[in-house]
Structures are given as structure tokens and as C-alpha cells.
Design a protein around this ligand. Structure first.
Ligand SMILES: Nc1ncnc2c1ncn2[C@@H]1O[C@H](COP(=O)(O)OP(=O)(O)OP(=O)(O)O)[C@@H](O)[C@H]1O
Ligand SMILES: CC(=O)N[C@H]1[C@@H]2OC[C@@H](O2)[C@@H](O)[C@@H]1O[C@H](C)C(=O)O
Length: 402
């Protein structure tokens, strides 16, 4: 047997695997690195988060990624170069973390690498009949495997697309395995650049599980904060937004896009929700001259209302009392006091954080990719049925170090 396949075979049979999950999201703040011990698979999965670190991106890295990120027109050579470069950068960041944690690379069974999304194009966004849903993550897994000498699973989203999905949200798999609890209606709400949530019904039946993106989280507020205050990367604790007032005409215009009338589930990204989107809405509503604090307040309200409306959709189509739903928040938006305050006012549910279930909300997405890699080698038996558009497939491509 080929020695790579033999190693993989042994890893697949272990009762507990040590897996590093990586996530670098739409905020481009850095690479989240979660070192996990994962036992069993599927609904029996148990995870211990051993170490977690966000390795900040330097200004140079951010600038290079932004040169192709979510753009219709790019320098094609740059994209090709970045695919290799990000793979190498991520590998070096993992080695740095291992060094800091004083853990040898040979103690790690697998790396689960999400890569960097550079363009997300579900059919509802590109609207070209002959083309399928599409999405592209770069930072090639072979570089990570060769440089770290650890088997690497990457490029998870393509199989989801091939099996009929939009390539996202993938959080649903880990959310279901880790957090589904009979007798409880749980909503796992992640507020990153873009927001999404998983509904875990009280029945715990995988066929009733639901997941969707809702629209923006922090992406627009981050973009305008950077534009007006070049040395801030986001509106810390909503300090600027809190001093402003919501502009109702702009809010109405922001909410009037087609995306919000499309049926659930759906996905999106900064390809749609970007500075131009807001500028168009400002022109439409005659609000180009409002203050930056009013603009940030309005953008935060836009996120709060669109998240709440998407969650209302699930609550309204359920037979359960809205008060039986608990919303477990995670992602950077969970640290934004204004966003959280408005969500609490808009939704009749109980609010908690993923941390209350023993998983740090900041580490959650990286950890979820570790769970997906665990499924790639040792799971893949869960059936989400055909009702809610969640493909029951194993995901990820395997790169060997040698
Ligand atoms: N104290 C805080 N106050 C306000 N906002 C905060 C705070 N801490 C983090 N954030 C927000 O969270 C963002 C980072 O969120 P996160 O790391 O979850 O995004 P991401 O994983 O890149 O996004 P996505 O899930 O869409 O891929 C920051 O850019 C900022 O907007
Ligand atoms: C294409 C892509 O990278 N989508 C991200 C993004 O960030 C949040 C939201 O949009 C979500 O759909 C997804 O990430 C999470 C990890 C997911 O797939 O569940």
C-alpha cells in the first residue's frame, strides 16, 4: 500500500484525532487556527479545543488579497500567484503556532484548510442560466501539506456545489453534530462579515435542520469605518455607530434589494454587499450627505433587521412558541453591543453565546472545518434528507505531504 494511504487509513481508525482547523473569513483580519482533539464522528462527534490563535494578517497580506477579493475584474496573474502564496503563508502561520504551543508537527493528524474565499457566485447572484452555483477559495492545500508535512484536507465547498448546494453555509454540519439537542430549539447565529444561522429543531431530526445566510454582518460597517478612519479596521464596541441615529430612508433603500425577496435558503457575500451597494442606496434615498455615525448606525440596523427577519421566517414556519428558541451567538458581531441590543429587541427569543455551550464563539468556524475534515476521513454517514437543500456528502480534497 502507498505509505500516504496507509497513514490516512490509520488516522481514519483512531478513536481520537488531533486536527488543526483553519478559517480566514470575509473580514480579512487574519487566519483563525484551532487545534482540536476530535473523537468519533457524525452525531457522536466530541471536540476539545486545545489551542486557538488568530494570526493577524499584515497590511501587505490584506492589500494583496483585497486586490482580487470579490472583484469582477482582476489581474489574472495575481490570482494565480496568490493561490500558491496564501498556501505557503498559511503553512508558515501553522508552523508558527505549533512552535508557540510547543507541539511537534508529527503529533497532528490532519489540517483542515478552508482557504481564502475570493469570489462567491451562487446562481442568484450571477444570474447566468447555463452556469451552476460557483465559489472559489484559494491557498492551495498541497503547499500546506508539503511545508508542514501534515496531511491536509482543503477546498471543502466544491463538493457541496457539485451535490446541488451553493457551497455555503457549511457550518450546518458541525453545528448539528455538536450542538443539536433533543427538546431544545436552537439557533446557532454566526455574525462575521456575512451572517448566517443554523436552526437545530427540538426533534433533533437532521431532515428538519435548516441553514441560510441572512445578509450582512459586519462587512459594510467595517468597509465604511476603514474608509473614514484609515487607522481603524472596525468600529470597536460600536462606539461611532452608538452616537448616530438610524436613517429610515436609507435603511428602506438598503433593504429593497432583490436578495431579500429570494426564498430561503440562500447565500451571499461582499460581491453584493460592498461600498457600491451602499452608495447606490444612498443615491436612491437622497442620503449621500449623512454623517459617518448615522451611516454606521444605519448599516448596523440593516444587519440587525435582516438577521431578525430571516430568523422570524424559521420561527413563523415552526409549530413551537418563539420563546422556546435560544439563539447562540458567535463571530465578531457577537462582540458588537449595538447589534446585539437591537437583535434582542427584534426577536422574542432567549439569547446566549456559543461559549455557554463550551465552544468559544471566536474559534467556532475554524473548529467547524476541523470537524468537516474529521468527517472526510472517518464520517459521512449523516443524512440530511432532500427537504432543506443540505447535501449529505463528505467534503474536501486530500493533499499528502510526500
Ligand atoms: N469589540 C467589537 N466591537 C464591534 N465589532 C467587533 C468587535 N470585535 C469584533 N468585531 C467585528 O467582528 C469582525 C470580525 O468577525 P469574524 O472574525 O467573525 O469575521 P470573519 O470570520 O472574517 O467573517 P465571515 O464569517 O463572514 O467569513 C470585525 O471586523 C468587527 O467588525
Ligand atoms: C463562500 C464563503 O466563504 N462563505 C462564508 C461567508 O462567511 C459567512 C458566510 O459567508 C458563510 O456562508 C460562509 O462561511 C461559513 C464558515 C460557512 O460556510 O458556514
Amino acid at each position: 500500500m502507498n505509505s500516504n494511504i496507509e497513514s490516512l487509513y490509520q488516522i481514519a481508525q483512531k478513536p481520537t484525532r488531533t486536527i488543526i482547523g483553519l478559517m480566514s473569513g470575509t473580514s480579512l483580519d487574519g487566519l483563525d487556527v484551532a487545534l482540536c482533539e476530535i473523537s468519533a464522528s457524525g452525531e457522536e462527534t466530541e471536540v476539545k479545543l486545545i489551542e486557538f490563535e488568530t494570526v493577524d494578517y499584515s497590511e501587505d497580506i490584506k492589500l494583496e488579497i483585497r486586490s482580487v477579493f470579490a472583484k469582477q475584474t482582476i489581474d489574472f496573474q495575481k490570482l494565480v500567484l496568490l493561490n500558491e502564496w496564501i498556501g505557503i503563508l498559511h503553512a508558515n502561520m501553522i508552523l508558527e503556532c505549533l512552535n508557540k504551543w510547543q507541539i511537534d508537527a508529527d503529533k497532528i493528524d490532519l489540517i483542515a484548510s478552508h482557504g481564502q474565499t475570493v469570489f462567491h457566485a451562487p446562481k442568484i447572484l450571477h444570474q447566468q442560466e447555463k452556469f451552476p452555483n460557483a465559489t472559489l477559495q484559494i491557498g492551495d492545500g498541497d503547499h500546506i501539506a508539503v511545508k508542514t508535512r501534515i496531511i491536509t484536507v482543503s477546498d471543502f465547498r466544491q463538493k457541496h456545489v457539485a451535490a446541488g448546494g451553493e457551497g455555503a453555509p457549511l457550518a450546518v454540519y458541525g453545528d448539528y453534530f455538536l450542538f443539536s439537542k433533543k427538546g431544545e430549539n436552537r439557533i446557532m447565529l454566526n455574525m462575521g462579515g456575512i451572517s448566517n444561522f443554523t436552526y437545530l429543531p427540538t426533534s433533533s431530526n437532521p431532515e428538519e435542520v435548516f441553514v441560510t445566510d441572512t445578509g450582512t454582518g459586519n462587512t459594510l460597517s467595517d468597509a465604511f469605518t476603514k474608509l473614514h478612519f484609515p487607522n481603524k479596521s472596525f468600529d470597536q464596541d460600536a462606539e461611532i455607530a452608538k452616537t448616530g441615529s438610524v436613517n429610515e430612508s436609507l435603511l428602506e433603500s438598503l433593504k429593497s434589494h432583490d436578495f431579500f425577496t429570494k426564498s430561503f435558503p440562500k447565500t451571499t457575500g461582499p460581491e453584493l454587499f460592498n461600498i457600491d451597494y451602499v452608495k447606490k442606496a444612498q443615491a436612491q434615498s437622497n442620503t449621500t450627505n449623512i454623517s459617518i455615525s448615522d451611516l454606521l448606525a444605519t448599516l448596523t440596523r440593516f444587519s440587525a433587521e435582516t438577521i431578525a427577519e430571516a430568523i422570524h421566517f424559521v420561527i413563523n414556519t415552526s409549530i413551537y412558541d418563539p420563546q422556546t428558541f435560544t439563539i447562540y451567538m458567535s463571530g465578531g458581531g457577537a462582540h458588537n453591543p449595538l447589534l446585539v441590543q437591537w437583535l434582542k429587541e427584534l426577536l422574542p427569543c432567549t439569547f446566549a453565546k456559543t461559549d455557554d455551550l463550551g465552544i468559544s464563539g471566536d474559534a467556532k468556524e475554524a473548529l467547524l472545518f476541523a470537524i468537516l475534515a474529521n468527517e472526510t476521513v472517518s464520517g459521512g454517514k449523516s443524512n440530511f434528507g432532500k427537504l432543506k437543500g443540505i447535501p449529505s456528502v463528505s467534503m474536501g480534497k486530500i493533499s499528502f505531504p510526500y
